[in-house]
Design a protein. Structure first.
Length: 141
């Protein structure tokens, strides 16, 4: 994975860089935004998991592919939320682990988009997310 990260870093190094003030702002604000979004989403996450359990058998009424897609999407979503939550302490402390969990979260969301056949959305989201991550990477040790 380190080799893949290094390849991406080289690719994103060719992009125009954000001003230092903007990068510092992103580093200061991102953990707080993550906490706010996680707290705001918590009731919806709990409802989705509860209703998701109830709705799972009905997802197969439209066919096995539809049901499997629903289940896979739910698994990806739960994994993304876990990575997001795990990144928060590291983002506050500016530890490399916070950056890495965010990195894996962006990659996981990209794979989820590909699996869901939202290819254009997956590519755009990954490029934006990775661009921002590689712009602030130097702040995390």
């Amino acid at each position: 994975m380190k080799e893949f990260e290094a390849q991406l870093a080289g690719w994103f190094a060719k992009f125009p860089h954000l001003p230092a003030g903007a990068r510092e702002f992103i580093v200061k604000v991102s953990p707080w935004l993550a906490v706010i979004f996680l707290i705001a989403l918590l009731p919806f996450i709990l409802i989705a998991l509860g209703l998701g359990t109830i709705a799972a058998p009905f997802a197969f009424l439209n066919g096995v592919g539809s049901g499997a897609s629903y289940g896979i999407g739910l698994i990806f979503t739960i994994a993304s939320i876990i990575l997001w939550a795990l990144s928060i302490p590291g983002l506050f402390k500016r530890h490399r682990s916070g950056w890495e969990f965010s990195f894996y979260g962006v990659l996981l969301n990209f794979v989820q988009g590909l699996v869901a056949v939202n290819i254009l959305s997956a590519i755009i989201g990954a490029v934006i997310g990775l661009y921002i991550l590689f712009e602030v990477k130097e702040y995390y040790h």
